[in-house]
Structures are given as C-alpha cells and as structure tokens.
Ligand binder design. Sequence first.
Ligand code: C2E
Ligand code: MG
Length: 407
Amino acid sequence: MKPRVLLVDDDAKILSGLRRQLHSRYEVTVADGGERGLATITEQGPFAVVISDMRMPGMDGATFLSRVRTSAPLTTRVLLTGQTEPSAAIRAINDGQIFRFLNKPCPPEVLDRCLQEAVVRYQAARDEESALAAVLTDRRVLDSALDPTVPAGDALAAELVDALRNGEFHLRYQPIVDLASERVIGVEALVRWTPAHAGLVPASRFIHAAESSGLIRPLGRWVMSAACQEVASWPALAATESLRVHINLSESQLRDPQLADDLQQALTLSGFDASRVTLEIDHGAALSEKLPQASLRRLCDRGMRLALCGFTDAALLRDAAERLPLAVAKIRRHLTALLPTDEQHSGVLFSQIVATAHDLGIRAVAEGIETDQQRDLCRERGCDLGQGYRYGSPVEAGELLSLLVGA
Ligand code: C2E
Ligand code: MG
C-alpha cells in the first residue's frame, strides 16, 4: 500500500504539479488551505505525511501544522516555504512543530528524500505507539497501576509508560578517555528520567522496572534515536573524528528481532555514521543461549562495535569473544575500586583481563575511575581507556561539549 500524503497549498498550480510528481509512489490528497486541511485529516486521515505551504490566506502553514500536531500527532509534518528568511521555519523545527522545511521551488530529488525520511519517521512513531499500547495492556502493569498492594516495580512501570508519552526522559553523556593522553575518545549515553513531580532519577532506579515490564524496548528505541540525533548535531563532532557513542542494550533488547531495524532507522534519520556507535552488552546477555549472534555480527559488518560489560574475570571475556566479535571490554567498576587496597587478588584479576583483551585484539576500559591513584594503577596495568567520576560524571550534552573542544 502506498504511503498517504496530504498536500496543503492555496496555489492550485503547485498542488497539481506536486500531485503529478508524487502520485506514482504516494497516495496523494490535496487541500487548498489550513481549515480544509484540518477537515480532510479528520474525515480522511490518517496520513503518513502532511506537506504545507507557509503563506496561505486565513491560516498560515506554521499554525496549521501546529494544529495537526495536536489532532494527528503521529503524522510527520513538513513545511514548504517560499520565504527567503527561514527563521520562522527553524523556530518551528526547534519547537518540534515540524520535521523539516523545504524551500520553494523544491528540486524533485530533495522532496523525494525528505518524503522517504518522513514516511520512515511516521512508521516509527506508529510502531512506538503500538509498543506503548501493548505495554499498557500488559495485565501486570495495568493491575499494578490499579492495585496498591502489588510490588512497587510494576507501579513504577506504569508511571514509566506515561513518562515516555510525556517526553520526560533525556540523555546524559559520560566521557570515556584514552588513559595515556587523557583525551576524550567516546561518550556513554545514559538515560535519565525527570518526572513532573520530582527531580532527576538515574537509570539504576528505573531500568529494572523498564526491563521487567517490557517497556525497555520502546525506551531503548527512544535512547538509540535520541543519542544518534543529539550526537550527530554536536558542532565538535567533525573535529573529533574517532569519537564514538556507547549505547547500553539490555538482554531483551538484544533478543528483539526489530533491534537491527531500529538502529538502522536511528542512523538514517540522524545521518549519524554506524562506525561511531558502540553497543554495550552485559556479560550475562553475551553468554546467554538465546543471544542472536548472527544478527549482532551483521551489525558489526555495518561498522558498529560491541563492548562487553560488567565482568571481572578474564575467562569470561575469552568465552564471550568466541561468540561475538568484541572490540571493547569494560572492566566492572567494583574491580577498579579495589585496585588500591587489594593488589594481590583484584590487581591480578585486573591485569589478567587487560592481557586477555590485548591477546584478543580488544581494547580494555576501566570503569569507575574515581581517584588519581586508581587512574595510575589502571595505567600501570596497561589498561587502554578509562571512565569514571575522575574524568567526569554523566552530564548534559552542553556541558560535555566544552570537554570535547580540543579533543
Ligand atoms: P552501566 O552501563 O554500568 O553505567 C554506568 C553507571 O555507573 C551509570 O549509572 C553511571 O552514572 C555510574 N558511574 C559512572 N562512573 C562512575 C564512578 O566513577 N563511580 C560510580 N560509583 N558510579 C559511576 P546509571 O546511569 O544510573 O546507570 C545504571 C545502569 O543502567 C547502567 O549501568 C546501564 O546498565 C543501565 N542503563 C543506563 N542507561 C541505559 C539505557 O539507555 N539503556 C539500557 N538498556 N540500560 C541503561
Ligand atoms: Mg554501560
């Protein structure tokens, strides 16, 4: 079935020209103004994409599209403007009113590409909505929302569903540095929740509830696309050619057959390069019988890298490396913390992990470096990279950007 597109313009010639151009690939409906456009959506919707002219008598394009946002929030909104001063359109993009604006006259290939991305975006929004609906109809979650005697985790999951709908999540980024040069070579995206009634909630407080309720899949999809969109827009990115973004994946996300498509979509929509993405996988998930090894290998073929996390044992790293093409091994922060006081045991384990990683051609990262002493011990033991409060806690993108300048 062809994707449905609504064109709104007060110029009949433009409408018929665009209709001719698009009709072979899209089911095109037209309206000659904002009021008529809104009525068409109510009577004939849903549409995957609405493209609207900016200057129209009665209702201008920006007002029309902001009303479409309320009445048909999943529909992707595109503004077609003949104005040379694009500031109103840029403001509308920043406010989330529209997805793109195009200048009139618009070359066919530009319109084509924009429409393809707009349709992908619509499909993603629709999938997201059905995933949320599925979580909401999960009896456990519903019961927990209605019954105060059920465990707090399930009630929390019901709150998380609303949080996702209301856009209460955002990302923080923690630097990963090269221990020798102390330059930032990557960032780990860590999700945060800011509920309307409370302060910032760290991931450790709600990830478990998101995992056990199944909400981790839609939340994970949001994380992937937000991280790619945000990092792709960093002005310092061009100057930091090797900078990578690390994205955490839970076991259920890894088993989700949609994972590869979701990642691809996040990359396509943001224009972010696959080779800048490292996927963090917990050792338990990496060794699970149900791990979809082939699809993870295909992601690596596209340029993404895999990092093994949360382990403290070299043998485990070797086992995981037999199953997956690992590029990075992140040593659990508990082991880093013990380095200054337990050289005999923890120090030896740490060195064995680094040696095994190097033997396998894998870079070792020490997590949880909080002090200069821990940093020095990690360096002495040959560890390549480090992460932890010594270098920076997870911060808003804006704060991190100043660290990247000169990275
Ligand atoms: P993780 O991947 O091991 O992330 C590192 C956690 O350690 C983060 O907690 C971070 O704030 C904290 N941390 C970083 N440096 C230090 C340090 O020097 N000392 C100490 N004591 N802690 C440090 P956070 O953000 O609460 O995340 C907890 C876990 O939640 C993460 O552990 C990760 O497994 C999960 N998580 C976070 N974001 C996501 C996400 O987007 N998707 C998924 N699936 N899981 C996520
Ligand atoms: Mg992690």
